[in-house]
Every structure is written in structure tokens, then in C-alpha cells.
Design a protein around this ligand. Structure first.
Ligand SMILES: [Fe+2]
Length: 139
């Protein structure tokens, strides 16, 4: 599986949220690389925990932006975030057991299919509502 590179087509039009997304993709790429190569789950756990923590910070930031700008689908979007947090939490919790190879694959697929898809499509939906934000924060 190839790593994913952020490009302008993924921009949501708000600098700080784009920066978050770039960071999350970097974390995904790091996890992909280590997840495939390492034999030790000790190498994997800090990466997963780092991703989980950063995702939480980012989702809270994104939700605050959407709330401030009256994004109408806020609750649906929040539910999508919660689903992802729960899934990562579940997989991270299972890392201490056996079957870590399967977990790695599950985790990488979750990240690839959910997180990247989410950034590329779902996050785009709030872009028009937040359009005034970057001009305001840049000025
Ligand atoms: Fe989002």
C-alpha cells in the first residue's frame, strides 16, 4: 500500500485544519511504514497512541470551527468522528493481545479507508461554511 501525500486538492480552506490533516497523513505514513516492517508491537504502540491523541485534538478543533460557523451537519460529522475514535481505541486496546499482524492490517485499512476518505470528502462539506475563517485569521 502506498503512502499518501497531501496535495492542494485536499485543502479545506482553513490553514490550521490543513496543517492538522498534513500531520495526520504523516502519522499514517509512519504507521504504514513501521506497521509493515516492525516485528515488535512496542514500536507500534507509541505511533498508534500518538495518532489517537492527535486525532482527538484535531477533531475537537474542527468541531469548534464547524460550530462557530453554524455548519448544519455538525451532529452527523461529530458522529463520524466518534466512530473513528472508537475504532482506533478498540484496535489500540487489542494490541496487547495476540493477532497483532491482523490488527496492523485492520488499523492500516481503517486509516486508509476512513481517515483519508474523510479528509478528502466529508471534511470538504464544511469548506463553504468556513470560507470566511482563513481570511479572518490571516488578517
Ligand atoms: Fe472531520
Amino acid at each position: 500500500m502506498d503512502h499518501v501525500v497531501w496535495d492542494d486538492s485536499m485543502s479545506v480552506g482553513v490553514g490550521i485544519l490543513d496543517t492538522d490533516h498534513k500531520r495526520l497523513l504523516e502519522m499514517f505514513n509512519g504507521l504504514l511504514k513501521t506497521g509493515v516492517s516492525t516485528k515488535s508491537k512496542d514500536d507500534l504502540i507509541p505511533l498508534i497512541e500518538g495518532l489517537r491523541d492527535y486525532t482527538n485534538v484535531h477533531f475537537r478543533r474542527e468541531e469548534a470551527f464547524m460550530e462557530r460557523h453554524g455548519f448544519p451537519d455538525l451532529e452527523t460529522h461529530k458522529a463520524a468522528h466518534r466512530y473513528f475514535v472508537d475504532e482506533v481505541e478498540k484496535l489500540a486496546g487489542e494490541l496487547n493481545g495476540d493477532h497483532t499482524m491482523m490488527l496492523r492490517i485492520d488499523l492500516i485499512l481503517l486509516l486508509k479507508e476512513w481517515l483519508i476518505e474523510h479528509i478528502q470528502t466529508t471534511d470538504k462539506q464544511y469548506q463553504p461554511y468556513l470560507a470566511s475563517e482563513d481570511a479572518a485569521s490571516a488578517g
